[in-house]
Design a protein around this ligand. Structure first.
Ligand SMILES: [Zn+2]
Length: 593
């Protein structure tokens, strides 16, 4: 068997210094000088990150002779010409000390990387197969390291990695190469089957997880997703790569795996009863990334086929790819019987409350939020809540409204499931990108033109979708409770003793009085106030009272007279005690109970 023309060797050489050494060998490089680059962003996380900034040193050679390497922009190098038949040999080190699902991390306990951080893209050879030699650290590693990745082993080649071992792996092209993150370390490995396909869950970091419980729950959730789109699933194995930490949360989807970060306390423990909120959150994260295996990894915007990883890639459709996924991550939990309807409605009510509190939703549509994800949603500042809307949360509420409306219009015969399946058949399964109007067209096929027009208005406009009116026929009542504590209309920074303002809401009492984000509150009516005591102090007042607030702006003391507003309202969703037969029928289809 001949060697693929692009070969990488990855070695975790300096664990304490967090350095991966990478070698890239290229057969028959471009005759005019070979161009090499690292991506500026990683698919699924819509922000320019310039991964090349973590390349510490780089050199090129051929046949043992140095070859010139000129850096021509922030992430591109140009290698000088080499002789006919020679192999260009790049050697570089990459600094890996960012504990996120988007980049790379290396120390004595484990190594994790996304290909976008480590593998130089070889211009002109992006579609060629490549080979990856994953090497174990020579010294300094704690525990017995293994490898977890959905990257296929180089079966049939001398030196091919055994399952979970170091050695040779392969990728059909560069796009596949960077879509299989790699974890190496002394991890815990669990396994289960769903849709006839092996699934693994890998936990790195200290934990006391009840693996049996976790595998049983994930098997049920994954099976639900597979049944929704139709078996078999579009991958022949799947891996949940999970970093367990004290505090942290994150996930990034890939075609046959996902990289996750979770709190240790969110994992199930032996003897745990029911589904505590933390575990609910973790299962929701797994469910979200797994749904992405279809929605965004295969049913994907036309502009992502192929990805242009050198610059921002704009689409107005992230409400469909992230919002619909955020809707289905919870729906999968309730309809698979993993959580009950009450737990589902409690979580849904929280999302409605959160979306409704942000006045940014009145200024930006989810289509605009999608388009500007790169410069706004991913780069939020203290004014974000007043200026932008989340295509995740508001997108999930639009998905809910659409699902309920489809069910109402058809007496429960049709639903958003039919839309997802049609998107799968017409785009995902065929490997065809979804044009910017594609989702509306599919909704029109399933639910008619009028519903497609409504959807277009909902995603291009800023109105709140009517949820209460659509939930009522399903035997669910939406109500709003106003808090009794009068409000300043601010959000405090979450940590520390002092009450520092993270955000001041537009139209709030604090804004009217002149308070700003970053102001540190010192006293209310002459008495010292802390982050902990602020609500208790406000509780002794009623809306309409004016209080004197002393605060530092930078190091300058200022005084503000704040006329308190009504307490902020919270959304509540309740199952009606005696729903009609029709409501029971509709609710059974929607929530499965
Ligand atoms: Zn997502």
């Amino acid at each position: 068997m001949s060697l693929p023309p692009v070969r990488y060797i990855v070695e975790p050489t300096d664990l304490a210094g967090h350095l991966f050494s990478v070698r890239c060998e290229i057969d028959a490089p471009s005759r005019d000088g070979q161009s090499l680059s690292l991506p500026a962003w990683i698919p699924g996380s819509y922000m320019i990150r310039d991964f090349a900034r973590n390349i510490v040193s780089i050199e090129a050679s051929a046949d043992g002779r140095a070859v010139t390497l000129e850096k021509i922009d922030k992430h591109t190098w140009l290698a000088g010409q080499i002789g006919e038949g020679e192999t260009l040999d790049l050697r570089y080190t990459v600094y890996a000390w960012d504990l996120s699902v988007r980049t790379a991390h290396l120390d004595q306990t484990h190594g994790f990387f996304n290909g976008t951080s480590l593998f130089l893209s070889v211009a002109g050879k992006e579609t060629e197969p490549c080979l990856v030699d994953l090497r174990a650290p020579a010294h300094g590693a704690i525990g017995d390291w293994r490898v977890a990745t959905a990257l296929p082993e180089a079966e049939g080649m001398a030196g091919a990695a055994p399952r979970h071992g170091f050695g040779l792996y392969r990728a059909e092209n560069y796009d596949a190469l960077i879509d299989h993150p790699v974890e190496m370390g002394d991890f815990t490995l669990g396994g289960f089957e769903a849709g006839g396909v092996p699934h693994e869950i890998v936990l790195t970091g200290r934990h006391d997880c009840d693996m049996e419980r976790l595998c049983a729950d994930l098997a049920r959730v994954c099976q639900w997703h597979i049944d929704l789109f139709g078996a078999p699933p579009p991958m022949d194995r799947y891996v949940f790569l999970t970093m367990v930490v004290g505090e942290g949360y994150g996930g990034l989807e890939h075609r046959a795996s996902t990289a996750l970060i979770t709190r240790r306390a969110d994992l199930p423990w032996r003897g745990m009863k029911d589904v505590p909120d933390g575990y609910h959150r973790f299962l929701g994260l797994c469910s979200h990334e797994y749904f992405h295996s279809w929605n965004v990894k295969r049913i994907k915007p036309l502009v992502f086929t192929p990805y242009d990883l050198t610059r921002e890639s704009h689409t107005r459709l992230l409400w469909a790819f992230e919002g619909f996924t955020s809707y289905y991550d919870e729906v999968a939990l309730v309809r698979s019987g993993t959580i009950d309807a009450e737990a589902y409605l409690k979580e849904l009510a929280k999302v409605i409350t959160q979306v409704t509190r942000g006045s940014g939703r009145l200024k930006q549509s989810v289509a605009e939020s999608s388009f500007d994800a790169w410069s706004k949603f991913y780069r939020q500042d203290e004014n974000a809540v007043n200026a932008i809307v989340s295509y995740y949360t508001k997108g999930s509420l639009i998905a809910l409204a659409l699902d309920l409306q489809l069910r109402l219009d058809s007496n429960g015969d049709k639903s958003l499931d039919d839309v997802m399946r049609a998107l799968w058949r017409q785009y995902g399964e065929l490997g065809v990108g979804v044009p910017e109007m594609g989702v509306f067209e599919v909704v029109a096929q399933i639910g008619g033109e009028a519903l497609a027009d409504w959807l277009r208005g909902a995603v291009e406009g800023t109105d709140d979708p009517d949820l209460g009116g659509r939930l009522e026929p399903f035997g669910v009542t939406l109500a709003r409770d106003a808090a009794t504590t009068p409000s300043l209309g601010v959000k405090l920074k979450p940590n520390g003793d002092v009450a520092t303002l993270a955000t001041v809401h537009d139209g709030s009492p604090a804004r009217a009085a002149g308070l700003s984000a970053e102001d540190t509150l010192l006293a209310v009516d002459g008495l010292k106030v802390t982050r902990e005591s602020l609500d208790a102090m406000l509780d002794r007042h009623v809306a309409g009272d004016t209080v004197a607030i002393h605060a530092f702006r930078r190091d300058e003391l200022m005084r503000f007279a704040v006329t308190l507003g009504e307490g902020e309202s919270t959304t509540k969703l309740e199952l009606q005690a005696t729903p009609s037969a029709l409501a029971r029928h509709l609710r059974m289809g929607w929530l499965g109970s």
